[in-house]
Design a binder for this molecule. Structure first.
Ligand SMILES: Nc1nc2c(c(=O)[nH]1)N[C@@H](CN(C=O)c1ccc(C(=O)N[C@@H](CCC(=O)O)C(=O)O)cc1)CN2
Length: 290
């Protein structure tokens, strides 16, 4: 008998992002009638490829929804005091409702102290310890980080059962890996976190029903890292040898083995920006008692 090999389904972010954006467009239209546009300020240090990709996506998404944007581009070697001064000015600016600080920050900047400066009410991507604590507590009143929230939204949209599922998060950054694990735990998944120093890494990841790759190494996840039929969410934003955006997963290598996989670009990134826009609108409403 002939064995028919079925390829995994590429699950794009667009339908998920479109659904979120459609509702936001209506909401923002109503708010604009009352006189003020919600506004997002992005603070970028230097010109890292993943930050620029996020920025392009965020500006396009916000423009489409009717959210005003501003990018503060700071020098790669900016000093701690100057960064803090910039952040404080934006905190105090009544026309700004949401602030996105691209991270990680360069080494001369101390994230551990800067995170206490951002106003929790404007912190739309969970930099402030106030919002990070709310993620740990499963408290919905703050702003969970956009990319991990996008991971959960994509899985739900495509009908992937999270309750009781064995989910492995590859990566332990404060921006994606750790909060993604927390959000998935809040959805009643059984979560394992592993990283580049985990022993027998491929053995650990290949146990997962759902693998979330957020390790920041181009095409590191190969066929032997995934279980047959697994769902793979690729959060990585890397630039390959040809200068093209690519994920942490070698899609061509795993495609015949997995059941579903998100592409890069046009996967998690596009949903991240719609969650970001949603948070800016939420921040606007909270600040204006709407
Ligand atoms: N404060 C944060 N800073 C950074 C984060 C983060 O989550 N919070 N993550 C990375 C960037 N990142 C995700 O991890 C990311 C990259 C790209 C996009 C995006 O919008 N992608 C679109 C458009 C791509 C393009 O135009 O080239 C897509 O994939 O379709 C979102 C998030 C760094 N900094």
């Amino acid at each position: 008998m002939e064995v028919v090999q079925t390829k995994g389904q590429i699950i794009k972010g667009k339908p998920v992002a479109d659904q979120i954006s459609e509702n936001l467009i209506k909401e923002v239209n109503e708010l604009v009638k009352e006189g003020i546009n919600p506004k997002l300020t992005i603070i970028r240090v230097g010109a890292r490829g993943d930050d620029l990709a996020y920025e392009r996506g965020a500006l396009k998404r916000c423009e489409n929804i009717g959210i005003t944007t501003e990018v503060l581009e700071l020098a790669e070697d900016i000093a701690q005091e100057q960064y803090i001064e910039t952040l404080k000015k934006v905190n105090e600016d009544k026309d700004v409702h949401g602030i996105l600080c691209f991270r990680p920050l360069p080494k001369q900047l101390n994230e551990e102290s800067i995170k206490y400066v951002i106003s929790p009410e404007k912190d739309v991507d969970c930099f402030s310890p106030v919002n990070a604590a709310k993620v740990m507590e499963g408290d919905q009143s703050g702003f969970p980080p956009c990319t991990p929230t996008a991971v959960v939204e994509i899985l739900k949209h495509y009908g992937v059962e999270l309750k009781g599922a064995k989910v492995t998060v590859l990566g332990r950054s404060m921006v994606v890996g750790k909060p993604a694990a927390m959000l998935l735990l809040n959805e009643h998944a059984t979560v394992t976190i592993c990283h580049s120093r985990t022993k027998d890494l491929a053995n650990v990841t290949s146990e997962a029903d759902i693998l979330v790759a957020a390790v920041g190494r181009a095409k590191m996840v190969k066929e032997n890292f995934v279980k047959e039929g697994a769902v793979v969410v690729d959060v990585g934003i890397n630039v390959d040898e040809e200068g093209k955006l690519c994920g942490d997963v070698d899609t061509d290598d795993v495609l015949d083995k997995v059941s579903m996989i998100t592409p890069v670009p046009a996967g998690v990134g596009s949903v991240t920006t719609s969650i970001l826009a949603k948070h800016v609108v939420k921040a606007y409403k909270l600040q204006n008692n709407k």
